[in-house]
Design a binder for this molecule. Sequence first.
Ligand code: IVH
Length: 715
Amino acid sequence: MSILEKNHSSTRAELISNLKTCQRNLKEARDSLRLDPVNYKLQVSLSESLRKIIELHNYLYYVLDSPSIPDYEYDKFFLELRELEQCYPNLVTVHSPTQRVGAAPVLKFSQIAHRVPMLSLSNEFEMDAVREFVRRLSGQLGDKNIEYVVEPKFDGLAVSLCYENGFLTIGATRGDGEIGENVTSNLRTIKSIPLRLRTSSHNNIPALLEIRGEVLMLKKDFIELNQQQRIKNEKIFVNSRNAAAGSLRQLDPKITATRRLTFFAYGVGKYIGDEIPRDTHSNLMQYISANGFLISKESDVVRNVEELLTYYRKILDLREQLPYDIDGVVYKVNSLTQQKKLGFISRAPRFAIAHKFPAQEVITKLLEIDVQVGRTGALTPVAKLKPVFVGGVTVTQATLHNEDEIKRKNVMIGDSVIVRRAGDVIPEVVGVVLERRPDNAYQFTMPDRCPECGAKAIRMNAEAVIKCSGGLFCPAQKKQAIMHFASRRGMYIEGLGNKLIDQLVETGLVSTPVDLYLLDEDKLISLSRMGKKSAENLLDSLRKSKSPMLAQFIYALGIPNVGVTTARELARYFNDFNKLQKADLETLQKIPDVGLIVAKSIIEFFADHHNIDVIKKLFLIGIKLIENSDAQKIQDNNSNLIAGSIFVLTGTLPNLSREIVTEKIENMGGKVTSNISKKTNYLVAGNAPGSKYKKALELGVNILNEGELLELIQN
Ligand code: IVH
């Protein structure tokens, strides 16, 4: 069980009973005040009850992420407290929730010397370095079974929060580790930072407790902030860490208050108080959590090097889904006595290391900007880069999205740029290192003609996108349309790669998807580098591709804004291609995943007579759709156990990559999710499976190895 799970079950019950007590006190104070409105003691009691209720709801909302009342009810408590404090300013306390924002702007932050230095961690990238770390510690401690706490390594900025007699008094940035900046007023605006410790309501208040942790911006808040910045035509932040740092270091706390920041605790600095656990880090973290702080749900305790590495892989897999950015995991010896024994070397502890993930962001030089034409004719500026290793691959180009984005990011040719590649996302240029701009850097301008066919490039109304007006006369659009049609998630024409498509379009053999099915051996052999055997193979896969599932076919058509998921939803809803073709705007919008824009795209697509012509011809040459009902029948016959089933993958499969497995399952109508639950039908387990394996056993979920999965697929 993770460190948090152990804790929250108890705090939740406790919270509800606390809330009830506060509500009772509130009612009593209100009733008595009606009879005796100027009684100071009663006013204090009313304001304190309101504060406690607000704090409890804050905690439920910002820390436990499960609010128990609607916003307007919370607002009513808040307004009541504010009015009371305005009438009787003597009632105001520094820890009152009404006092989170309000401090005046400063000209400069003052300096704070940390009571205990804020150290850094030594970074490791290799599995072997982790093995060495464990070997070294086992030797030094003479213990073969050291326990470790494992946590994500938050990608934000470190701060220290001092609680004196339960109240937040000072908060500071890490600075150089010895001296940081006093950003207390800004930290007070962060709702996941309690202004007083939760145990302060219980009598055993520590005289001093210094909480260490990371201020960060959740991914969703970062995306929203940048969207707002775009609308206001203001600075775009390169990543969530810069956004968090920029927001926390505002001289005016009112600005910080408008930025949604979150604080995660990961340790303590100096502390004085008998009730603070002194045995293990995990108990310390539970104590911190019980005091109202957010700690990572992913924290856990493990017992050997293999478990450390399994945890690393698990979190690497989870990285994209976590609500915040991380750049690795941290391993810490759990026993505080053992920590003390191991001590420190220079600026880092010996008892902990950071095991970093491959970088998702790097700096490289922007050599040139090319313009590429997409399937729908959109002209996309693409940065040609000095090759650079990022997110696990070598990247030579990255998207710049559109002209407006280039201006907003102030990117020039010759600049040193920050390139990001996260997960499966296309690499993108996220910003510029202005200090490194050379004198000869120059601005990019978008061409007014399509670089592929010379047709006029036009800006669609107020959209940022500029499009080639050449339609399917434009060879680039033709090629892209065919690539999309033939792709794995589309008609899945094996052996029809991009180079071959280029040749087929350039020689005029293929202009539309229909032409693919009119190819014969003679035509194919006329191409360079095409032998008899390859021609036969291609014709064979073309034949095989003639009976796609309805969803595959819809996707293959390349209707703008209709991706794999939408295609699947459309197939599920209509179950019949004709019905889809005739659907009106209103019907389309009833479908999950389809909004007005997508619905309009679909209508426009089927209103175009070129498209209708291609579709008709496709059916004429013998495309036969397997409609969903057929898929259902197959499933009913028990011959396809995959359609409709939910799969979860864990560990490394010996032969197949996760992408291929996912694709196979999805192509057969199954679903792959990341979290295991009672709804999961199968867990596919490879080598070194993660905690999902244990959970599957607990839940009684079917467990398959690679071979068994393949059997299921082939059946
Ligand atoms: S423990 C003795 N735990 O990493 C140092 N640090 O390189 C104790 N960080 O400045 C740090 N997530 O800002 C620790 N779960 C985590 C962390 C974490 C991020 C940062 C922290 C620190 C840096 C150390």
